[in-house]
Design a protein around this ligand. Structure first.
Ligand SMILES: *[C@@H]1O[C@H](CO)[C@@H](O)[C@H](O)[C@H]1NC(C)=O
Ligand SMILES: *[C@@H]1O[C@H](CO)[C@@H](O)[C@H](O)[C@H]1NC(C)=O
Length: 648
């Protein structure tokens, strides 16, 4: 008998002693820590000695350049689902870990990356959770020092956690959550940028909101490297917590209202700079906005901030930098019957820009409406969502724009303290003003509100996170099993569970490599539900049966910009059977009015993998701006996206 079962038993006992706790620190007796470098008196063993007054520190002199690594040998196989790292507690910031990589191994030779990211520069204990792995070794690579000095990294690696007495490897046919990404903020809002990076922000604090403080904590995450950089934005005097978000035709992120309720700020990806734009006519928070077919930004609702009621429509002319009221775009027909009154009833509208200056409002009210956004505008009732009720904090996803198809799922009658539903519907839009067709589709396996919905390149819809009893700032009743809806069958399939709950204030976005980032949740200061991280989900379409990655097609040539109604040539590295466009998404508070998917028709040239692909011609269907272009093979495996600009 090896020592492994003995330590395994210790961990089990430890688990039993903490009834009700999902993860517990393992007993570190007998473990060994090694590092690539250490200063005399700061040996790696000091990181696992249970004494927070001592710490591992890499050699001061001569310089031992970053990165530095510390490896923990647990001397037996464990089920590990988290690492906590306590920075030195002697008052010095030297050596705090910033950018980092966490890996596990069973043999000290093959390493499995379980987390990557950046820790914020302070003395609090950093906890990284991830989907459980079997491991004997845990290696933390400190890539940078948090305070940015070119110093060596140091830390107290304090705890390794476990969850369960038995390990079952997740079935790859249900997708895999491959790694956690640690962010230097709690992201409550997010947007994909035309360069493939992700803009994230919280509020005036990294992990809390409140008041109109005139500045915002942001980060930019690069999915290609796993790293994030943090920046405080104060030049626009805008606390951008609880905003409306839309991406305009030039890929600029238009952020309105929230804690500074009248403000508009614009992030320009070309200059990596934020600018102040005109104030809205009506101050708002929790409004929704959508880019319209002619490139303006329609905006409605939002009594959470800037006063209750009267939040009728207005529109932003991007080139003139002016907001104009739309006299007849009325908020009253889209109110829910929330027990919180209008403060809640006009929140988070499900808006979809459509043909000829129209915007369709699919929910969350059970009533649906058409808004005409031109001139004095108009409001036209569009019937109800079949037998659905008000579905606040549910999701609505346009998964096939040319066919006018929107999937709606979940939500609750009241904003908070209510049972969420599992109802799902397909809305089919026709021409503006016409009452759409609504059919009920299969219900989700789980009731949920505060979830996120992401359309994938193949037209399936991934609904992730949320909770069955909606309660902001609580992870109770969190649904950690995401579901994938298939349009052709109308059925949902449950995917493998995530490690970290994603409830109120969580976000999800499709990434350029056709995986999904699901992050954030909390943003409540000294609460227990702040999530300074995201997890990356790899859908089944990228996986072989053994969990390895499928060979995937690649787009070797495609134009950078596409004309509406035009035909363009795409060359792939192998034969493909489908093309689609998915517009780059923006997400906050369950709303993502930018994502939509357009399947493309094409013909294949007689020789080579050259395809002539046609783009639909209606700007209300293919909203100009930045899109992911995907090619898919006969097994439905998507290529990595080429990001293209659809011209007006
Ligand atoms: C690096 O860290 C060591 C130990 O904390 C400290 O003595 C030294 O001054 C630091 N060097 C720099 C350049 O910050
Ligand atoms: C487009 O909308 C305008 C009103 O804004 C209306 O006068 C016109 O008839 C509509 N065109 C079509 C083709 O529906």
């Amino acid at each position: 008998m090896t020592v492994a079962p003995f330590f395994y038993l210790l961990s089990l006992l430890s688990l039993l002693q903490r009834v009700g706790s999902a993860s517990v620190p393992l007993d570190r007796t007998g473990w060994e820590a090694t590092a690539d470098s250490f200063h005399a008196g700061n040996e790696p063993a000091k990181a696992i000695d249970g004494n927070e007054g001592t710490f591992w520190h890499s050699e001061y002199a001569p310089d031992n350049p970053l990165p530095n690594t510390i490896t923990i040998d647990m001397k037996g196989n464990y089920i590990v689902n988290g690492v906590s790292i306590q920075p030195r507690q002697d008052g010095s910031g030297n050596g705090r870990i910033g950018q980092h990589i966490i890996e596990t191994s069973v043999d000290n030779s093959n390493w499995n990356r379980v987390a990557v990211g950046a820790y914020v520069n302070d003395a609090t204990t950093k906890k990284t959770s991830f989907v459980a792995r079997q491991a004997r070794y845990v290696r933390v690579t400190a890539v940078t020092e948090a305070q940015g000095a070119n110093n060596h990294s140091a830390a107290e690696v304090n705890l390794i956690d476990t969850i369960a007495p038995a390990y079952t490897a997740p079935n790859p046919s249900k997708g895999l959550w491959i790694n956690t990404v640690d962010f230097p903020i709690v992201p409550a809002a997010a947007a994909v940028l035309p360069n493939g990076k992700i803009l994230l922000w919280s509020a005036y604090k990294l992990d809390d909101f409140g008041g109109g403080n005139g500045f915002t904590q942001t980060a930019i995450y690069d999915p290609a490297t796993g790293t994030s950089t943090q920046r405080t934005i104060s030049n626009t005097q805008h606390d951008m917590f609880c905003p409306g978000i839309s991406m305009d035709f030039n890929g600029r992120i238009i952020v309105t209202g929230g804690n500074n309720a009248e403000k508009t700020s614009i992030y320009n990806p070309d200059t990596d700079a934020w600018i102040t734009a005109a104030n809205m006519r009506i101050p708002r928070g929790y409004q929704s906005t959508t880019t319209t077919w002619d490139g303006k930004i329609f905006n409605i609702g939002g009594s959470w901030s800037g006063g209750n009621g009267g939040k009728n429509g207005e529109i932003y002319d991007v080139s003139a930098n002016t907001w104009s009221l739309i006299q007849n775009a009325l908020v009253s027909p889209m109110l829910t019957n929330d027990r919180g009154g209008v403060y809640r009833a006009d929140n988070h509208a499900w808006l979809f820009a459509w043909k000829n200056g129209s915007v369709f409002q699919a929910g969350p009210s059970k009533a649906m409406n058409w808004y005409n956004t031109v001139g004095a505008g108009s409001t036209t009732g569009a019937g109800t969502r079949a037998n659905d009720g008000d579905a606040m904090n549910g999701n609505a996803i346009m998964y096939d724009a040319p066919a006018g198809k929107i999937l709606t799922a979940g939500g609750a009658a009241n904003y908070q303290t209510d049972q969420a539903r599992n109802n799902a519907y397909v809305i089919t839009l026709n021409n503006p003003g016409q009452t759409p067709t609504v059919t009920q589709t299969a219900p989700m396996g789980f009731a949920r509100g505060f979830a996120n919905g992401v359309v994938l390149p193949d037209g399936t819809v991934f609904v992730t996170g949320g909770q069955s009893w909606v309660e902001p700032f609580s992870d109770a009743t969190a649904v950690q099993t995401p579901e994938l809806w298939v349009p052709s069958t109308g059925q949902w399939t449950q995917m493998n569970p995530m490690a970290i709950p994603r409830t109120y204030h969580s976000v999800a976005l499709l990434l350029p490599d056709a995986t999904v980032l699901n992050g954030g949740g909390g943003l409540c200061g000294n609460c227990g539900t702040n999530h300074w991280d995201g997890e990356i989900f790899v859908p089944p379409y990228l996986l072989n049966a053994d969990g390895s990655r499928r060979a995937r097609p690649g787009i070797s040539q495609a134009p950078g910009s596409l004309k509406l109604g035009g035909t363009f040539s795409v060359t792939t590295d192998r034969a493909v059977t489908a093309f689609s466009l998915v517009r780059l998404g923006t997400a906050t508070h369950t709303v993502n009015t930018d994502q939509r998917r357009v399947p493309l028709t094409f013909t294949k040239a007689t020789t080579g993998n050259v395809y002539s692909v046609t783009l639909p011609g209606d700007a209300g269907v293919v909203l100009p701006g930045y899109w992911y272009l995907f090619a898919m093979d006969g097994s439905g495996t998507p290529s990595p996206a080429k990001i293209v600009k659809v011209l007006q």
